[in-house]
Ligand binder design. Structure first.
Ligand SMILES: *[C@@H]1O[C@H](CO)[C@@H](O)[C@H](O)[C@H]1NC(C)=O
Ligand SMILES: *[C@@H]1O[C@H](CO)[C@@H](O)[C@H](O)[C@H]1NC(C)=O
Length: 995
């Protein structure tokens, strides 16, 4: 909701400004050239050159040709009707692609240049500064990069400057302060850094200043307080710090103020807000209000405020949220949309919430707090339509909760979202009072008992989500006829089984159904598929025990739909699939036969196709030309065979190709060369043979997983592999590679960079995001057994496995540069020489296997410093000398050292010469104690996070706004991995301590 407000304001401004600028343009003119609307040759040439640098896929510039004499009549061009000079160039939304030509410099009389919402790239040309007549300059919504040229300071007549939503970087030039005529300035949504120049205070006529969504740092300059005409000020989502200057209180015309996530900004009080009597929208999410006593009084003094968003403001820490006089005042707020999410609030907050709520309130968000109930007055808000109460941690009886809402709120409430809380009890008859209810979202609670039949009688109910609850009493089919208003039913992990819930068939307008993991062991009645409406967009029947055939599904699904039938016992051939499906997951069933059904897909909507773990056989058909959108193709664990077809190369968006455990054969598939978006390629456990092509390094430069294990590849490891700068997992094990280990492996950049790799996730606007699919994953040999890593916990994993080949030579010493490497397996080769002395520089190694080679010499004593190492195997080499002392190295099983005749000392029983009298030395690794403490900390955090992760991933959070949810997952992704890896180490260490 909040981002929308900003966008609507911006659009509004844009329209206003466009009209006023046009009027200005019309007034302009003067130097009499006689010609009415003729076109100057020089300007025409400039326009033609401008066009020559552009692609124009929508043909909007088709008139722009040398033959069309009068350039004043060209689309988007306006000339002054007295002088004939080009004054306006208005190409907004023309779909143009290309660079902005320098020839613009010859449009000397231009006063309106609008290129908004195209795909211009490259820099903003410096010559823009010579268009000194410009009043309106709009280059927003393109892909421009580079800095804002300082020459912009010459455009002193500018009234509006829009450069927002590009990729501009660098700082905001100080000279911007000379544009004193500016009314509108929009630099938001770029990558600008540096400080906000103080000179911005000279722009005293500014009405709108939008600097949000950049990386601006430094403090908010006090000089902004001189912009007294300002109506809209947005500094949100930056990295600012310091005190928010109380001078903002001088901006008495302000209508919108957004400081959400502006940075680590401090606030001592909110008194300065009181004079802003025109303020309608106030967003301060993520800014601590912990010290702002009496903030409620201030908010109540703002007569026009309708949107207040204070998410994550530490409101629970405010000592005195309101003054004593406040208790007597009868002032009531005008707020329509109030969000107080994520503030650790307890129910004592209801004292000060009361005056902030009124019959004007439409939206109330109290989610992510510690509330253990609601007061009765929330049931008397006669306009409340949306009430968000998810993720509250107090135990609440749901019948009481409903009862407290059952004043006039029950008539207005449309959306109740209270998932992930601690509601207990049943879904009582009281629900019938909520006649306006369209969305009832209660997944992940502790609800038990019967569902009142009245629920299904609610005349407007569209979306119901009771996933992960223990409610029973689902209706019979008879009862459900005529319930055509219901559009979405989400009941995953409930207790619907063992029979297929036939009543679902009666819901003729259902577009989304999730009954995954319900213990259904049944076949699906044919009528279910037959009577299905064709508008279905989401069907999840996964993780049940459903058997039988799946009929032709080609007509049942709407565009961009998601079908998940995975982990059931469906069998028979896969017949036909709708071309409109975006995600099809039939994995872990008993489907058999060929996959030629793919050839019937003629439009390319499919984004994810998972047919893994079935009994599919035959070849991959050569008809993949239509799969242009496909990002994930998973066919692992089937019986597919033969050569990979050439049409595979048409999947230009393919990011993950997984063919693990099939019988594919012949050379490394040439067709893959064209799949330049590939990030994860798994050809393991097949019968591929021949050399590795050298083009891998160049063509597949985005690869982060390359798994070729268990094939018949031969030849040497091509040096070009070292160009894969993002490669995190390289598994060439169990093949016939020979020759040396390329020393250039030390160039695998990601393995020497600290922190998380920048794995890209699917586009957040993709409908599939709401559905938690493990987009890709990798099976690796991890400490002796096969382990699955999914994309989210892959971020920290960096592993090289070259084991079971015929590699010879020494370990190149450069390889110790790979200090972020976590697992290295070189076992079962013919490597010789010494273990590199500085191997301890690979300080993040958790597992190192050098066994069954011909290494000689001593185990480097520096290895005793590798405190994270929890799995080491050097058995069956020619190593000699004493095993260096550290708890780490002595804690491994003696078998990890066996087969080295010259090795001695603990944990081997063989004593080294000279040890007899002195006994066993035991040196504890220096850093170990400290390390364990840190890990312990991580472990506890891990416990807490585990809980949250579980409940988020379980049901797919349907209700949250998309942006919020995506950010949350991004955060968890990175956090969870750290925890994960750390916990593995911690547990391993604990075990060792005990033994
Ligand atoms: C020229 O422009 C002026 C100002 O917009 C307008 O009033 C007038 O009608 C125009 N003349 C012609 C011939 O289009
Ligand atoms: C501007 O026009 C002059 C004269 O027609 C021409 O020589 C020059 O190349 C033009 N400049 C650009 C940058 O196109």
């Amino acid at each position: 909701m909040h981002p929308c407000v900003v966008i609507i304001f911006s659009l509004l401004l844009l329209c206003l400004e466009t009209t006023s600028a046009n009027q200005l343009a019309a007034v302009e003119g003067g130097d009499d050239n006689g010609g009415v609307n003729r076109c100057f040759e020089k300007e025409k040439d400039a326009l033609l050159h401008f066009k020559s640098l552009l692609q124009d896929p929508s043909d909007r510039l088709s008139m722009w040709t040398a033959e069309q004499d009068n350039c004043c009549e060209w689309s988007g061009v306006t000339c002054n009707n007295q002088t004939g000079h080009v004054t306006d160039l208005d190409l907004m939304l023309f779909g143009l692609v290309g660079e902005i030509s320098h020839s613009l410099v010859n449009l000397t009389y231009l006063n309106h240049l609008d290129l908004h919402y195209n795909s211009f790239h490259g820099n903003i040309p410096v010559i823009i500064g010579s268009l000194t007549q410009l009043r309106h300059l709009d280059l927003g919504g393109n892909n421009l990069n580079g800095p804002i040229p300082r020459s912009i300071g010459s455009l002193t007549r500018l009234r509006s400057l829009y450069l927002g939503y590009n990729n501009l970087n660098g700082t905001i030039p100080t000279i911007i302060g000379s544009l004193t005529q500016l009314r509108y300035l929009d630099l938001g949504g770029n990558n600008l850094n540096g400080t906000i120049p103080r000179s911005i205070g000279s722009l005293t006529r500014l009405r709108s200043l939008y600097l949000g969504y950049n990386n601006l740092n430094g403090t908010i300059p006090r000089s902004i307080g001189s912009l007294t005409e300002l109506k809209y000020l947005d500094l949100s989502s930056n990295s600012l710090y310091g005190t928010i200057p109380p001078e903002l209180g001088n901006l008495t015309n302000l209508e919108l103020l957004s400081l959400s996530y502006a940075g680590m900004c401090r606030l001592e009080n909110l008194e300065w807000l009181s004079p802003l009597s025109h303020l309608e929208v106030l967003e301060m999410d993520g800014i601590s209000l912990a010290k702002t006593n009496h903030w409620v009084d201030v908010i109540l003094s703002l007569p026009k405020l309708w949107l207040l968003s204070l998410d994550g403001c530490e409101l629970s820490q405010v000592m005195y949220p309101y003054s004593s006089s406040f208790l007597n005042s009868s002032s009531s707020s005008s707020i329509v949309d109030l969000s107080l999410r994520n503030n650790s609030l307890t129910s004592s907050m209801y004292r000060w919430l009361f005056p902030l709520t009124s019959n004007k309130l439409h939206i109330l968000d109290l989610s992510r707090n510690m509330l253990d109930g609601i007061p009765k007055y929330l049931g008397n808000l006669c306009s409340l339509e949306h009430f968000y109460f998810y993720n509250n941690f107090g135990v609440i009886k749901f019948p009481d909760f409903l009862n407290n809402l059952s004043g006039c709120t029950s008539l207005s409430l449309q959306r109740l979202s209270a998932s992930g809380s601690q509601f207990t009890g049943s879904l009582p008859d009281d629900i019938q009072k909520f006649t306006s209810l369209t969305h009832l979202i209660l997944y992940e609670n502790q609800l038990k008992g019967t569902i009142s039949k009245k629920l299904w009688e609610l005349p407007n109910l569209k979306i119901l989500d009771l996933s992960e609850s223990s409610l029973h009493g689902f209706p019979s089919s008879d009862y459900m006829s005529n319930r055509s208003h219901i559009e979405s039913i989400q009941l995953s992990s409930c207790k619907l089984g063992p029979h297929f819930p036939k009543w679902i068939q009666e819901l003729k307008n259902l577009t989304s159904l999730d009954i995954a993991n319900n213990g259904i062991s049944d076949t699906i009645p044919l009528e279910f598929w037959d009577s299905w409406p064709s508008r279905l967009t989401f069907l999840n029947l996964s993780s049940n025990n459903i058997s039988g055939k799946v009929p032709d599904l080609s007509s049942n699904f709407d565009s961009n739909s998601v079908i998940d039938l995975s982990s059931n016992r469906f069998d028979g051939p896969i017949t036909n699939v709708s071309s409109t499906v975006a995600l099809l997951n039939l994995s872990r069933n008993k489907f058999s036969g060929g996959i030629s059904f793919l050839c019937q897909v003629v439009h390319g909507f499919l984004v994810i196709l998972d047919l893994s773990h079935n009994f599919l056989s035959g070849q991959l058909p050569d008809c993949l030309w239509h799969f242009k959108e496909l990002q994930v193709l998973n066919l692992e664990h089937n019986n597919l065979s033969g050569r990979l077809p050439a049409s595979l190369g048409s999947m230009i968006n393919l990011e993950a190709l997984d063919l693990y455990k099939n019988n594919f054969s012949e050379e490394f598939p040439l067709s893959v060369k064209n799949c330049t978006s590939l990030k994860s390629l798994n050809l393991g456990a097949n019968k591929f043979s021949g050399n590795l092509p050298v083009w891998i390094g160049e063509s597949l430069s985005g690869l982060y997983v390359l798994t070729l294990r268990s094939n018949n590849f031969s030849g040497s490891i091509p040096l070009q592999l070292c160009q894969l700068a993002s490669l995190q997992i390289l598994d060439l094990s169990v093949n016939h590679f020979h020759g040396r280990i390329p020393s250039c492996l030390s160039n695998l950049t990601i393995m020497v960079q600290q922190g998380f790799s920048q794995l890209q996730n699917l586009d957040p606007n993709n409908p599939l995001i709401r559905y938690s699919y493990n987009v890709d994953h990798v099976m690796i040999q991890w400490q002796g057994s096969e382990r699955e890593f999914i994309r989210s916990n892959m971020k920290l994993l960096r592993s090289i496995d070259l084991s079971s080949n015929n590699l010879t030579g020494e370990i190149p010493y450069q390889i110790t540069n790979l200090d972020q490497l976590i697992a290295l397996n070189l076992s079962m080769n013919a490597l010789f020489g010494k273990i590199p002395w500085n191997i301890s520089e690979m300080k993040n190694l958790l597992t190192l296997d050098l066994s069954r080679n011909k290494f000689s010499g001593e185990i480097p004593s520096t290895m005793s410093q590798m405190s994270l190492l929890n799995d080491l195997d050097v058995s069956f080499n020619n190593l000699s000398g004493r095993i260096p002392s550290s708890t780490q190295l002595q804690s491994f099983d003696p078998s990890r050292y066996e087969g080295n005749l010259g090795l001695c000392g603990p944990p081997l029983t063989k004593k080294c010469s000279g040890d007899e009298q002195s006994g066993i030395q035991h040196i504890i690794g220096e850093s170990e104690g400290e390390g364990i403490d840190e890990l312990q900390g991580w472990f506890y955090i891990g416990g807490a996070i585990g809980f949250t992760v579980g409940f988020w991933i379980a049901c797919g959070a349907l209700l949250l706004n998309r942006r919020g949810r995506f950010a949350f997952f991004m955060f968890l992704d990175s956090f969870e991995d750290w925890v994960y890896v750390k916990v593995v180490v911690f547990i391993a260490n604990l075990k060792k301590r005990r033994t």
